[in-house]
Design a protein around this ligand. Structure first.
Ligand SMILES: *Cc1c(COP(=O)(O)O)cnc(C)c1O
Length: 219
């Protein structure tokens, strides 16, 4: 086999899956972050058996996956980027998991969209564990009120997601997210990216979001 970038995806995926299996039992689900990737890369990932993908914009998620859903009904699409309330309906129509619920207004919009569309994607709340002003996510202190608000809208929250601050050790953020999830009886933990997915697995991640380590550098 020639060493095309596409051929690399399958090999890199095998390696990542082996590392995850060595780090935790059961291993976390590998969410392949396919934002900005070209069609050939998406096809190679599909050919390698990958079915769970993450995108950070609804519009790009639709461009990448809407037509492919007919060929791969078992695709599972995760929205991992910030969601504007006015895109909630589009997200509910397309996505299987929305990881970035982070404010009451968005909870209201998602509840309304689910009622209208008749489809209920799984939900995670994004927590801004580093309390960074520029970053999306509810603050750890604001989490209980947001959970209560979501439940008042009959939204079931499955877990928590975080993106630790760049340049800080991620471990304490993963530990905090795990502790918050335990405290609220939530079972899913989306944490860990290309640089730290094994660490996240050891801290109890149920989902790791891996882009460049799987696909190569984004174009
Ligand atoms: C892009 C992105 C990732 C993947 O990042 P890599 O470092 O390429 O693995 C994970 N999570 C979120 C929220 C992202 O936007």
């Amino acid at each position: 086999m020639t060493d095309t970038p596409e051929a690399g995806i399958s090999k890199r995926r095998d390696l990542i899956l082996a590392q995850l299996a060595a780090a935790a039992t059961p291993p976390p689900v590998l969410v392949a972050v396919s934002k900005t990737q070209p069609d050939e890369a998406l096809e190679e990932a599909l050919a390698s058996g990958q079915r769970v993908f993450g995108e950070n914009r609804v519009q790009e998620a639709r461009a990448h996956w809407e037509a492919r859903l007919a060929r791969f009904p078992d695709l599972e699409l995760h929205l991992i980027g910030p969601l504007q309330s006015n895109k909630a309906e589009d997200a509910v129509r397309l996505c299987d998991v929305i990881q970035t619920l982070d404010r009451p207004k968005l909870a209201d919009a998602l509840a309304a969209a689910m009622a209208k569309v008749g489809r209920r994607p799984r939900l995670m709340i994004q927590v801004n564990t580093g309390e960074e002003p520029q970053k999306a996510g509810v603050s750890p202190d604001g989490l209980p009120a947001l959970l209560e608000h979501a439940r008042s809208q009959a939204l079931e929250i499955e877990g928590l997601m975080c993106i630790p601050p760049v340049g800080e050790p991620a471990g304490p953020h993963f530990a905090l997210l795990a502790k918050l999830a335990r405290a609220h009886g939530l079972t899913s933990l989306s944490m860990g990216m290309s640089g730290d997915y094994e660490l996240a697995a050891r801290f109890g991640a149920t989902h790791v979001r891996v882009g460049t380590a799987l696909f190569g550098e984004r174009v």
